[in-house]
Unconditional design. Structure first.
Length: 112
């Protein structure tokens, strides 16, 4: 046998190397597991936020004005009448506070 040739590791040497490797990989494994849990938490939060956005968009769409200004569809007088109807509805809501309970805005002098 040559003096410079490495000696093959024995069973004890292999076991020691395996323990060192496990100790070195332990903290890394912990960090990977922590990161994976955080990714799952963020995915769940993202899904909840996406659902909330959809709910808010649906609510906004439900409250959107139900009129359109179709130039050729209506004559000027019919359009004026519809707009005045919306104004009257808004005025009434402002006078009652929007819930029909109390005057929130006094009537302007000259209004009937």
């Amino acid at each position: 046998m040559e003096p410079d040739a490495p000696t093959p590791p024995d069973d004890a040497g292999r076991a020691s190397a395996a323990r060192q490797e496990a100790r070195a990989l332990g903290p890394l494994r912990d960090r990977v597991e922590t990161a994976a849990r955080e990714i799952e938490r963020l995915r769940s939060e993202n899904a909840a936020l996406a659902q909330r956005v959809l709910e808010l968009q649906d609510a906004r769409d439900d409250r959107a004005p139900s009129f359109s200004f179709g130039g050729d569809e209506e004559d000027a007088e019919a359009l004026r009448s519809r707009v005045q109807g919306f104004i009257d509805t808004i005025d009434a809501a402002l006078r009652t506070g929007g819930d029909g309970t109390a005057d929130a805005v006094p009537e302007t002098p000259g209004e009937e």
